[in-house]
Design a protein. Structure first.
Length: 108
């Protein structure tokens, strides 16, 4: 898990990472670290799976200097915003991210 967090932190510090696919991000990180692209891709894939697993268990994932991932639950509610028809909208869990102050300050 420590290796995964290390790679994510390196990934977040990359000045070239715009809106990237996993493969594109793996390519950038692999060239920065002189590693194989496929190996970095597998680390990113595993990292994302571990975050989702941790969130499903009801925990919060904090990445120091970046922020935290958490789950927000929205209860079932009536209505349909598109048509205005009154029918139930099912309960749902949402993935949320709250940036840290340090992460926000590093952008400015």
């Amino acid at each position: 898990m420590k290796k995964l967090i290390y790679f994510l932190l390196l990934m977040s510090l990359s000045s070239v990472a715009f809106a990237q696919s996993d493969r594109g991000l793996a390519k950038i990180i692999a060239s920065d670290l002189n590693m194989e692209e496929e190996q970095v891709f597998q680390v990113l894939k595993s990292f994302k799976q571990e975050i989702i697993k941790t969130l499903r268990d009801g925990n919060i994932v904090r990445l120091q200097g970046l922020g935290q991932f958490y789950v927000e639950h929205q209860e079932e509610r009536p209505g349909n915003p598109r048509t205005g028809e009154m029918r139930p909208i099912p309960a749902k869990d949402y993935l949320r991210f709250k940036p840290s102050k340090v992460g926000n300050q590093s952008l400015n």
